[in-house]
Design a protein around this ligand. Structure first.
Ligand code: TXA
Ligand code: MG
Length: 315
């Protein structure tokens, strides 16, 4: 059910959920300080209670409402990447709902870079907890109609068009002047490292993990098989007896060698490919074939977040 900004604000203030657009993916939003509203998010998504939510705020100035500490490194990163596809995990103030932080001592915060999302945050005066607006482990939605497909027609959706970034935010936890990368995204590890002046901590047991980073994730309903090269994919199609659809990176003459297999093509530019990725997978799911075959992206830093999502989808 589509709603406009005014209706969305009324619903959110009443403690209802509304699916909202952001630049990354659509989020299933609710008032981050209303436990009853937060419980609805978990129920609708069928999400485990120990998987915390990201709190979306209108500006970095609201950090102090949520985080007990805002170290200089976190301030620097917020200044560089907000509004944008970047989430900071910081020690939480004691009053922050245990539901929103999935019982963690920390809270995840993000200022989204989407006109409608920012308008909602500013005009409502609320902070909005919003996980991706899909059922647990499924593909994230990048259009209003993807939300309806995953969560049903009854969910109120604010339609803000197709998401421009297309995959979920980069998540970084900051403790003092150290940082850890919890989820890859289109804000690159290298750009964070440059600002931090040092590399990320790896596998520190005493740092918070992102509990939601299950290996099975971001999955279409159709099983996915990931191939190291287009050649390997084509060779598989030649011998496979299953009906299939292929997702390829960039055009090429060899596509003609794919008999009996529909295909979609992503851009050769990583940023554009990220924008197209989930829409392509949603579309291929609707082909109703037995297998989705995906060509692995180039082995280069700007493709790492896309490779991460495809690897999880194929798990
Ligand atoms: O781009 C995005 O981040 C989108 C849009 C809607 O903002 N949201 C999103 O939310 O991807 P979700 O819930 O699908 O993924 C949030 C991730 C989960 O893996 C969760 O475990 C992690 O963030 N997370 C949230 N709070 C955390 C915390 N306090 N400590 C560690 N990880 C946290
Ligand atoms: Mg998600």
């Amino acid at each position: 059910m589509l709603v406009d900004t005014k209706q969305a604000i009324v619903l959110l203030k009443q403690g209802q959920v509304v699916a909202i657009p952001t630049e990354t993916v659509y989020g299933l939003a609710a008032d981050a300080s209303n436990d009853k509203a937060l419980r609805q998010i978990y129920a609708i998504k069928q999400r485990p209670a120990d998987n915390p939510l990201i709190v979306h705020i209108a500006a970095a100035s609201q950090i102090s409402d949520w985080a007990a500490e805002f170290p200089p490194l976190a301030q620097k990163l917020a200044k560089a990447f907000w509004p944008g596809p970047f989430t900071l995990v910081l020690p939480a103030k004691p009053h922050v709902s245990l539901i929103v932080r999935g019982n963690q001592p920390t809270v995840a915060l993000r200022v989204p870079s989407h006109e409608l999302a920012l308008q909602l945050l500013k005009e409502s005066g609320l902070a909005l907890a919003a996980p991706s607006a899909n059922k647990f482990t499924q593909l994230s939605p990048t259009t209003a109609s993807h939300v309806a497909t995953s969560l049903g027609e009854d969910i109120p959706v604010l339609d803000g068009g197709a998401c421009k970034v297309g995959i979920e935010s980069t998540i970084v936890s900051v403790i003092g002047d150290d940082w850890q990368l919890l989820r890859l995204g289109m804000v690159s590890e290298a750009s964070i490292e440059t600002l931090a002046g040092k590399p990320a901590l790896k596998n520190q047991v005493d740092l918070p993990k992102a509990p939601g980073q299950h290996l099975l994730h971001y999955s279409p309903k159709t099983p996915i098989k990931l191939f190291p090269s287009r050649e390997a994919l084509i060779n598989y199609v030649k011998v496979s007896k299953k009906s299939c659809a292929a997702l390829l990176i960039g055009e090429g003459e060899d596509i003609d060698k794919l008999p009996n297999c529909q295909h979609l093509t992503l851009s050769k530019q990583a940023m554009q490919a990220a924008e197209q990725l989930y829409s392509a997978l949603h579309a291929m799911d609707a082909f109703n074939v037995e297998q989705l075959l995906v060509e692995a992206p180039p082995n280069a830093p700007e493709w790492l977040a896309i490779l991460d999502r495809l690897t999880r989808a194929a798990h």
